[in-house]
Design a binder for this molecule. Structure first.
Ligand code: AGP
Length: 616
């Protein structure tokens, strides 16, 4: 399905190269595409006798072109044809495709929209190119001309030209200087190759091909096919990606451990994750990596977030965010489970992989399974160019630099921020108002400073770690947005202070069994900011208190009453309920790190673990 939905129903293109020199074949194939648009039509044929490309165009339906062709009756191969639904430039013969370059060497037909054609056209005119139409498409012919060199394959000039193009295209291109070839390129608009014994076709829709062959290849985005009379090959254009961090980012920079450095980087990680990605006045999230699939996302009816370990806890927060604020059915799936449960997936489902490394095998295989089922696959990844980014259709990078410590900290916080941005992105495509979108973004923007305020309590948190270092069992309780934070707090403690066992449960579950464990030797960390379910959290704390359980509470500044329940309190600043996880996790990361150090453990490389789990 094309990311720019309308681009895929705008025009119809056909191309043919092979033993048949009668372009009538192309006209018959083009008629199968007339439903895609019929305000004008055209054909371009390479004529071997004249060694030039002959072109005919006609305003109106294909019949008009057929009348002209029956008089001209020229022959040759390859040939390309087009039936148009006008987007740029009125229906006219001049605006009909095929379009050519200044020298009439290169002819092409196009389905799609070149979004940056105006600036490209201005630049080309400045360089002396003369235009014959008002269309966006003609720009491509002149751009390819600009990059063409004598003796150089046509596909090289096409590849160069397309690097400057933004928008959607399905193209078929022929050139007098490289005549026994059709170059086809696809991004965002459909393009199918028809494979036959010593003849090849290209078309917008199999309907134009099926009477010649049933062997087809559907081109993927960023693929370029080169068809010659007896062979074809397909190039995959890989976008060039840029590493944005410096070497010193991978050093400790004065900290004793990467784990501490990366926790204290969390306020900066929040900032890097959101900067440049918010249009406050319109309450919009600006996520370039999702723009190309924006039209598809509008049609999505369900999201599956797939991840492992800490990333899965971020995904769980995302589940709550997407459902409450984007009003889209969402479910977190653990990567290693997702693959084998035969989840109900279809092309109305988007699958979002959350992964710091982008190499976690369980998550990667889950995405491959989702792709096989026709889902739109997205990535929320920190490591540029990793396997998951290559496997997904689109996505968002964390942009926070390398995370070296095995236990994830700043990446987790970044994932939460980007999930909040994706919530706004999806929500504003649906029922979310500008006011709500703006409110979320304004509160997100405040978080880096609020996070710094929390980490300024590091000495106090270190003292608490020392105080609790005698205990060997902990429970972590939270509800709604902070239940996944309870899971993360427990995992962090187990991971890096691994002499201690910790478990998390939704606070409401304690009374269904777990509370049997609680006594004065079994402290409980309660994540209970002032939010919609604070009173319910208080009930759970009272249950723990009644069994002499020690309570360490993480709650909102100004909450004095909690002191009657909790033995110790760490305060966090007030923010939106959906954003509290980004703040409530910070004390838990520090608490785990200081406890690990108190126990004399290597908190950067905990035993039995690896930074990226590339085995299933
Ligand atoms: C996090 O502290 C752990 N090291 C582990 O759970 C990790 O989050 C998980 O393996 C997923 O890794 P990823 O984010 O690189 O996919």
């Amino acid at each position: 399905m094309s990311p720019l939905g309308r681009a895929s129903i705008m025009c119809g293109i056909v191309g043919y190269i092979g033993k048949n020199n009668n372009p009538q074949l192309g006209l018959s194939a083009l008629r199968r595409l007339e439903y895609r648009g019929y305000d004008s039509a055209g054909i371009a044929v390479f004529n071997p006798e004249k060694q030039e490309i002959l072109c005919l165009k006609a305003k109106g339906k294909i019949d008009e072109l057929e009348k002209k062709f029956s008089e001209a009756r020229f022959s040759g191969s390859p040939f390309i044809l087009h039936t148009r639904w006008a987007t740029h430039g009125e229906p006219s013969e001049a605006n009909a495709h095929p379009h050519c370059d200044c020298q009439k060497n290169i002819y092409l037909v196009h389905n799609g929209i070149i979004e940056n054609y105006k600036e490209l056209k201005e630049a080309l005119i400045t360089e002396g190119h003369k235009f014959a139409s008002e269309t966006d498409t003609e720009v491509l012919a002149h751009l390819i001309e600009k990059y063409s060199n004598p003796g150089q394959p046509l596909e090289d000039a096409v590849r160069h030209a397309l690097k400057e193009v933004k928008g959607a295209y399905a193209l078929a291109i022929i050139s007098r200087n490289d005549p026994q070839k059709i170059v086809a390129a696809k991004l965002g608009s459909p393009l199918i190759l028809g494979i036959n014994q010593d003849e090849f076709l290209v078309a917008s829709d199999p309907a134009a091909i099926v009477s010649h062959t049933r062997q087809v290849i559907t081109l993927d985005d960023n693929e370029i096919a080169v068809l010659s009379p007896d062979n074809f090959f397909i190039l995959k254009e890989k976008p060039i990606e840029k590493i944005e961090w410096e070497v010193e980012d991978a050093q400790k920079q004065g900290f004793s451990h990467f784990m501490l450095k990366e926790i204290f980087e969390e306020p900066e990680a929040i900032k890097k994750s959101i900067v440049g990605r918010m249009i406050l006045e319109q309450g919009l999230a600006k996520l370039g990596g999702l723009e190309q699939v924006s039209e598809q996302l509008k049609k999505i009816e369900k999201v599956v977030i797939v991840a492992c370990g800490t990333a899965s806890y971020a995904g769980k927060v995302g589940e709550y965010m997407f459902e409450e604020y984007a009003k889209i059915s969402t479910k977190l799936e653990i990567g290693s489970e997702f693959r084998y449960k035969n989840a109900i997936l279809d092309d109305k489902t988007a699958v979002l992989a959350v992964s710091q490394s982008g190499e976690t095998a369980d998550t990667l295989e889950a995405i491959k399974e989702a792709k096989r089922k026709g889902c739109l696959c997205l990535g929320l990844v920190n490591t540029v160019g990793s396997s998951i980014t290559r496997e997904t259709d689109a996505g968002v990078y964390c942009r926070i630099g390398p995370e070296i410590a095995v236990a994830s900290s700043k990446a987790f916080v970044s994932q939460l921020c980007i999930l909040a941005l994706i919530t706004v992105f999806l929500g504003r495509q649906r029922e979310m108002s500008l006011v709500t979108g703006k409110r979320i973004l304004e509160e997100l923007e405040k978080l880096p400073n609020l996070a710094k305020k929390i980490l300024a309590q590091s000495d106090y948190i270190k003292d608490l770690a020392k105080k609790y270092s005698e205990y060997r069992n902990f429970y972590f309780l939270g509800r709604k947005y902070n239940f996944p934070i309870a899971l993360e707090g427990a995992l962090k403690l187990k991971e890096i202070a691994w002499k201690i066992h910790a478990e998390a449960t939704p606070a409401g579950e304690m009374k269904h069994g777990q509370i049997a464990l609680i006594d004065e030797n079994f402290p409980v960390v309660c994540i209970c900011p002032y939010d919609s379910i604070y009173d319910k959290m208080k009930n759970a704390m009272e249950e723990v208190k009644a069994r002499k359980g020690k309570i360490l509470a993480i709650t909102t500044e100004g909450n004095e009453e909690i002191k009657s329940l909790a033995d110790d309190v760490i305060y966090i600043p007030k923010t939106l309920e959906m954003l509290t996880p980004i703040l409530s996790v910070l004390p838990l990361h520090l608490f785990a790190a200081y406890l690990g150090l108190e126990l004399g453990l290597d908190i950067d490389k905990p035993r039995n673990l690896a930074k990226s789990v590339t085995v299933e």
